[in-house]
Write a protein that binds this ligand. Structure first.
Ligand code: ZN
Length: 103
């Protein structure tokens, strides 16, 4: 599951609002001081900044491009942790959801 995707030519950003809503709900367990960074608006802002980095650098997803895009998004938005955390929380939440559904 992805939060957003960028196309380089022509430049465009596709936002996965379902994934963002899901992540915002899953973040009920986030530490209280970070909870404001798990609203749909905050997450959307960060993922757009991340995708913008790919477009500005004209770099498709790769390990180094992901690191640079995360750094760019973090600097631009003032996020106090790496946006990688969003991906990790989302992955974990999806896993929990699947487990819950199969039991
Ligand atoms: Zn990326």
């Amino acid at each position: 599951m992805y939060l957003a995707e960028a196309s380089l030519q022509p430049p465009g950003i596709t936002i996965n609002t379902t994934a963002i809503e899901f992540l915002a709900k899953a973040a009920a367990q986030a530490p209280i001081e970070h909870r404001k960074w798990f609203t749909e608006i905050a997450i959307t802002e960060v993922v757009i900044a991340h995708e913008l980095s790919h477009i500005l650098r004209q770099q498709p997803s790769s390990k180094s491009a992901e690191r640079l895009a995360h750094e760019f998004a973090q600097t631009l938005t003032g996020l106090p942790f790496s946006p990688h955390v969003y991906e990790a929380v989302l992955k974990q939440a999806v896993k929990c959801q699947i487990t819950k559904n199969t039991i």
